[in-house]
Ligand binder design. Structure first.
Ligand code: DX5
Ligand code: ZN
Length: 216
């Protein structure tokens, strides 16, 4: 089973992005997670194209870009040009998810779909066999450093069943409140990709923490 750690740049020291990228390059992290927030869909604003371009310049790993913005369809080409390798949009932010999935695919970028914890997992059913990745938010999108919502385990199980039933091949990613305290349980439940922001960047030895998360 695929097991990937995707550290979230949101918790890095923005004064030293180069060092953060070098740490990622030297680590067992397979992806770098990049959180784009617009202050409209979520009550927070993070960063946009220039930071993604900078990360692309210094980071050798695929950029796993999580769009927390309204009208993501308007900016797909720009995100691809900036260096996104995976583009995940929120189901809540679009009128026609299938169109957005096709648009992202047409740019030659891997596509993910995600939902906040208050959205029924069942809304994802028509899309699981059309995307590369389903991201289940395990906190409400908007901030790093929040507490993992325990109900998420039931949602992961439901998603796994759905993927099996539809004979789909997408990977399952979770994001929010993930750390050494729950990584092994999440992998055991069938999660493939763990996003971890504060759990990685707020430790004295992030490379070691990434290793420990992976081997949990
Ligand atoms: C939250 C973001 C997360 C965030 C996770 O809206 O999508 O990627 O960086 O941060 P931690 O791992 O600290 O909960
Ligand atoms: Zn994220």
């Amino acid at each position: 089973m695929t097991r990937i750690i995707s550290p979230s740049l949101l918790s890095a020291d923005f004064g030293n992005l180069h060092a953060a990228c070098q740490m990622i390059n030297a680590s067992e992290a397979e992806w770098l997670h990049i959180d784009v927030m617009d202050g409209v869909f979520v009550p927070n604003i993070s960063f946009g194209f220039p930071i993604i371009e900078a990360a692309k310049k210094h980071c050798t790993k695929p950029l796993d870009v999580h769009l927390m913005i309204i009208h993501p369809e308007k900016y797909i080409t720009r995100f691809r040009e900036a260096g996104a390798d995976i583009l995940t949009f929120h189901y809540e932010t679009v009128e026609n998810p299938l169109e957005v999935i096709d648009l992202i695919k047409s740019e030659g970028v891997r596509v993910g779909i995600t939902i906040n914890p208050n959205m029924p997992v069942s809304v994802l059913e028509p899309y699981v066999d059309k995307v590369d990745l389903v991201l289940l938010m395990t906190v409400y999108a908007g901030y790093g450093g929040q507490t993992f919502i325990e109900e998420s385990y039931n949602r992961i199980a439901e998603l796994k069943e759905m993927i099996k039933f539809r004979n789909a091949h997408c990977v399952i990613e979770v994001d929010g409140g993930v750390g050494l305290q729950n990584a092994s349980k999440l992998f055991d439940c069938g999660v493939n990709v763990l996003v971890a922001g504060s759990a990685v960047f707020n430790t004295t030895n992030p490379i070691r923490t990434i290793h420990d998360l992976l081997k949990s």
